[in-house]
Write a protein that binds this ligand. Sequence first.
Ligand code: NAD
Length: 263
Amino acid sequence: MTSEDIGTPVAVVTGGARGIGLEIGRWFLANGHRVALIDIDGTTLTATATHLDNPARVLPVHADVADPQQVQAAVEAVARRFGRIDALINNAGVAVFKPIAETSFAEWRQVMATNLDGAFLCTQACVPLMRQGGGGSVVNIASISGLRASTLRVAYGTSKAALIHLTRQQAVELGTVGIRVNAIAPGPVETEMARQVHTAAIRADYHDTIPLNRYGTTGEIAAAVGFLCSAAASYVNGQVLAVDGGFDAAGVGLPALRRDALA
Ligand code: NAD
């Protein structure tokens, strides 16, 4: 590590091998950070690191965020290699969309373990190094499904609602030591996860109920995360920012209103 490196901020992004996490990693790289990408999918992670082609600034770490020992080892690897952590993005997540009666306890646990335990464990593991550097910023990637209930999301929606409350707990406690914690609640975003769980009917419903009439992009989520980690958000703590094209703001009647506007 050179003295120049020591001054370069470091962002840790979980679930960074693909999708929203990868785009967040790209945002931090483009904005002068070194980046550690933590992911359970070793094959995709290796391919992503090769593609980014920036070994001086990108550290891929193969780990399961739901496993306390693996999380500890991953953060130690980041500490050894980069020596500091300025931002942590708890983005790793899994989705199971099933009716209550068909959601197995194993599926419920897998969703909770990844989406909720993962953010708890990674934050706990990163905080000591963040404090050593004088503070930092944590962003938890929740979901609009954590703000509004909808069918088939008993495990996913409940895990994200809990993550939103965890964000507030963390913000209140960690704010006192200079670490701001906020959440982003994305609406539907075009990624592999969305392709797996959004049927054609769900896609059409989303278009109908989102004022902007489209899915979001990974870049739009990454830009909001970047804002929350930047000096421009230095007094923002404990907030949930819905990046959802207005979905959370809308009530009934939107398709009719849209038809009238176009008439
Ligand atoms: P994705 O499935 O494309 O990527 C998720 C990444 O997380 C994958 O690389 C996966 O290997 C990794 N991961 C999963 N479990 C892990 C674990 N236990 N440990 C480490 N890594 C793990 O999903 P995405 O669409 O990019 O979603 C990213 C985040 O955004 C998730 O938290 C998701 O719930 C949230 N989100 C997505 C949407 C959407 O429409 N895509 C909407 C709202 C919220």
